[in-house]
Design a protein around this ligand. Structure first.
Ligand SMILES: NC(=O)c1ccc[n+]([C@@H]2O[C@H](COP(=O)([O-])OP(=O)(O)OC[C@H]3O[C@@H](n4cnc5c(N)ncnc54)[C@H](O)[C@@H]3O)[C@@H](O)[C@H]2O)c1
Ligand SMILES: O=C(O)[C@H](O)COP(=O)(O)O
Length: 526
């Protein structure tokens, strides 16, 4: 088995790999994309950090690749769907650099509040400018933590000890968990209104890209200070530049950038901005931790043992997989679907099984539904292995139930989600062992293929509704590919699913609600 390591990792991990008699390890950093594509075809495993871009063409060239190991957390530099398509495991080391990233965040907060980097440069250039570098204290100030996961949680625990108040926002954390760590879980708007410092700790996924931009800066306190030790792109750099120039933002401490290295980035020219070159995980301890974890995961993959930090591959016996295989994507799609039509803090998910499938071992199917649900909110950091523990950490109760009676279907899976605001229920089945269908929403019979771009409406069944919906979509150049309506009685309450060929902006949904008199319209993407 051949392992290619393309970013610097600790020798401790390399030693573990080399100790195996039939494993060859080559370390080749700073490869160009073309060189990597040429090299990768000979290797069974690729170990990376954040610099190597594992794009689709790299993955396709990796004819022998079995696992891509990320010695760290973020996998936004890996095309995970492309790896999954090719059956390549993508695994990371989610905990090893957590403390390093947390401590770096705290270091950046203090460096910024006391102007340490600027004062250091000034003194070393022969000046003695004491009055120029007046700072602010953190005692009694409010820190807004956006993303209360591992690192956000560790930061919270530490700043509480320094006398700061913490307001946190995380759609997947319960108020109880936040409170136990020392934070008040609240809305983003309350954070913007009250925080003196704001630090982000989310993954970079479509829902977090530029989540802090001009409208958000406008809501913030004058003189707010911003920290980003998570991922470049969560904060809109162009908007941050303007907010600093206008005086709205007093300072920013950045470890990560939209483009790395940030050559020519105008933020680097501002005195109010302090920067480090993506050093969050750069401690001796963290690098040993992540290198050991990822070396062990790679060896597990080679030996056919469970890869416990895998982000994309179900862990199960092959004969069991065969029996339940078609239900895994169905359950995941039902989870994704329901996540996008449900508002509020999720309290409980129930996955119900009826018919033949109820006779089988279904726990993995339940996890698939959970994974779909969590995926929508959290991105690719959720996998078959960690979906349950993430739910537990977030206080989401997972219930599995089996029923004998199946009505009209050979098999039926029903996913019910309860939040602090509502309850929603979606059922699906597989026809002919391969064709997935959504067959019921909220008790309304329907027949829809869960795929692509969809719009789900709730409305009163009456003449003109469908026509008006079609007109709005047509006027916005959105092509309708299919339509199904479920209704209880003629001219009663109804649900409609439209399959469309294009993504649907919220403004179009609002126009549909207004012009067609709908109760609700949701955009769902599977
Ligand atoms: N600078 C560095 O060197 C460094 C080191 C380690 C990790 N990181 C990065 O830090 C980030 C956090 O890592 P972690 O280990 O704490 O991850 P984590 O998965 O434990 O936590 C991420 C949290 O973000 C939350 N979240 C998802 N979408 C959100 C949204 N729209 N709004 C608010 N919260 C949202 C999730 O619910 C989760 O609780 C990642 O981007 C990771 O890549 C950077
Ligand atoms: O996501 C991570 O683990 C950090 O960004 C660390 O990245 P690095 O391994 O390239 O330092």
């Amino acid at each position: 088995m051949k392992v290619l390591v393309t970013d610097p990792i600790s020798e401790e991990g390399i030693k573990i790999l080399k100790a195996e008699p039939d494993v060859q390890v080559d370390v080749e950093t700073k490869l160009t994309k073309e060189q990597l594509i040429e090299k990768i075809k000979d290797y069974d495993a690729l170990i990376i950090r954040s610099e190597t871009q594992v794009t689709k063409d790299v993955i396709e060239a990796g004819k022998n690749l079995k696992i891509i190991g990320r010695a760290g957390v973020g996998i936004d530099n890996v095309d995970v769907p492309a790896a999954t398509d090719k059956g390549i495991i993508v695994a990371n080391a989610p905990e090893g650099n957590m403390i390093a990233a947390c401590e770096h965040t705290i270091a950046m907060m203090f460096s910024m509040s006391r102007n340490i980097p600027q004062a250091n440069i000034s003194l070393k250039s022969g000046k003695w400018e004491r009055s120029k570098f007046m700072g602010v204290e953190v005692l009694g100030k409010t820190l807004g933590v956006v993303g209360m996961g591992r690192i956000g949680g560790e930061v919270t625990k530490r700043v509480r000890g320094m006398g700061m108040e913490v307001l946190a926002y995380d759609p997947f954390t319960t108020p109880e968990r936040a409170q136990a760590i020392g934070a008040k879980l609240t809305t983003l708007d309350e954070i913007y209104e009250k925080a003196d410092f704001i630090t982000v700790h989310t993954p970079l996924i479509p829902s977090t890209k530029h989540m802090i931009s001009t409208p958000q800066f406008e809501k913030m306190k004058d003189g707010v200070r911003i920290i980003n030790c998570a991922r470049g792109g969560i904060i809109d750099e162009a908007a941050l530049l303007e907010a600093i120039k206008s005086g709205k933002v007093a300072g920013a401490a950045l470890d990560v950038f939209e483009k790395e290295p940030p050559v020519g980035n105008p933020l680097l020219e501002l005195n109010q901005v302090i920067v480090t070159p993506h050093l969050g995980a750069s401690t001796q301890e963290a690098q040993v931790n992540v290198a050991i974890t990822i070396a062990e995961q790679v060896l597990n993959a080679f030996k056919g043992l469970p890869v416990t930090t895998a982000l994309n591959i179900p862990i199960m016996k092959p004969e069991m997989l065969e029996k339940i295989k078609p239900f895994l994507p169905l359950a995941e799609d039902l989870g994704k679907f329901i996540a996008q039509i449900t508002d509020g803090q999720i309290k409980e998910i129930t996955v119900g099984y009826s018919g033949e499938i109820a006779q089988r071992e279904v726990s993995l199917i339940t996890i698939a539904a959970l994974k779909g649900l969590l995926d929508v909110k959290m991105g690719e950091l959720v996998n078959y292995v960690n979906a349950k523990s993430i739910s537990k950490d977030r206080g989401i109760n997972v219930v599995e139930s089996k029923f004998g009676d199946v009505g009209d279907y050979t098999n039926l899976i029903t996913v019910t989600v309860k939040t602090d605001m509502m309850e929603r229920k979606v059922s699906g089945t597989i026809f002919g062992n391969k064709d997935a269908r959504i067959v019921e929403i909220e008790g309304y019979r329907i027949d829809a293929i869960p795929e692509g771009y969809m719009i789900v409406t709730r409305h009163k069944d009456r003449p003109g509704v469908i026509g008006n919906v079609g007109t709005v979509l047509g006027q916005n150049n959105i092509n309708i590919a299919g339509m199904v309506v479920g209704r209880e009685t003629v001219r009663g309450e109804a649900i409609m699913i439209l399959s469309v060929d294009d993504a649907v902006p919220q403004s179009v949904l609002n126009e549909m609600i207004e012009k067609a008199g709908l109760y609700d319209a949701r955009y769902v993407y599977i």
